[in-house]
Design a protein around this ligand. Structure first.
Ligand SMILES: [Fe+2]
Ligand SMILES: [Fe+2]
Length: 261
């Protein structure tokens, strides 16, 4: 885990990263949204769990959380979910209903605390209403993002991720080349189906996201991006024509493992 930090008055980032030798660093971010009814968005990597819970407690007493919004049931988002649900005893779990049922096959997820969300659903947090949406790219059909209309803030799940050379706290710290190359490396890996898409229909999906007017974008796998949505959408629009990702073969994998710290 890296040190938590705050972006604006209402969002704390709980940052970690997964370093793949020869490939780069993949940011792994969870967030605390300080609404009247506070929300934890995702639960980090399992390997970080004690540090994740310390980071969470440095931002908010888990007992004060009213919602855990799980964007999808991938392991880079669920690491401390069980510990969080135990300590955040007042919190409901907002997530895709079938994702909740799938998770209940591998740990005793308290299904009575699940509030299933589908794209278009709204959640009243007291001082604001957030809306569930399907992110434009994804690696898991459970993926459910958030748009906070009161602050024009998009929690974009795996969309707009990037593989970088180091951790950063703001996309503005990256050169255009680092951002474009990093996002291309991520998206070709995470959403390989982009190469199969009808370009006009993909453009329509990206236009819908543009229409949200998101000022702040919090991707699970990108430093916070303020005022950059047009740049992010432009990069994703070009992914279908990028070189497809190739999975490591056995020799490449062995070399990666040998180079791990
Ligand atoms: Fe994912
Ligand atoms: Fe992810």
């Amino acid at each position: 885990m890296d040190e938590p930090y705050r972006v604006g008055p209402d969002v704390h980032v709980l940052p970690s990263q997964m370093v793949v030798p020869g490939v780069g660093s993949i940011p792994i971010h969870a967030f605390v949204l300080l609404a009247d009814q506070p929300v934890l968005v995702d639960c980090g990597l399992g390997i970080d769990s004690p540090a994740f819970m310390d980071a969470l407690r440095s931002v908010i007493d888990p007992a004060e959380l009213r919602w855990v919004w799980l964007t999808h049931d991938d392991s880079d988002h669920t690491g401390s979910l069980q510990a969080v649900m135990e300590q955040a005893s007042r919190a409901q779990l907002a997530t895709h209903g079938l994702g909740a049922l799938r998770m209940a096959t591998w740990w005793p997820l308290p299904l009575e605390r699940v509030h299933a969300v589908a794209p278009g659903d709204r959640l009243d947090l007291g001082d604001r209403t957030i809306r569930a949406l399907r992110p434009p790219t994804y690696d898991n059909p459970m993926s459910t993002g958030i748009f906070d209309e009161s602050t024009d803030t998009l929690f974009s799940v795996d969309s707009f991720g990037a593989i970088l050379s180091a951790s950063h706290r703001d996309v503005a710290e990256l050169s255009d080349e680092e951002l474009q190359g990093g996002m291309q490396a991520w998206a070709t890996f995470d959403s390989p189906w982009l190469h199969l898409t009808d370009r006009a229909r993909l453009a329509g999906v990206l236009d819908e996201v543009r229409g949200l007017g998101a000022e702040r974008v919090f991707s699970s796998h990108l430093p916070p991006a303020i005022g950059r949505i047009d740049d992010l959408l432009e990069i994703v629009a070009a992914i279908p024509d990028a070189t497809p990702f190739v999975a490591p073969d056995a020799a490449t994998f062995d070399a990666i493992v040998d180079a791990l710290p």
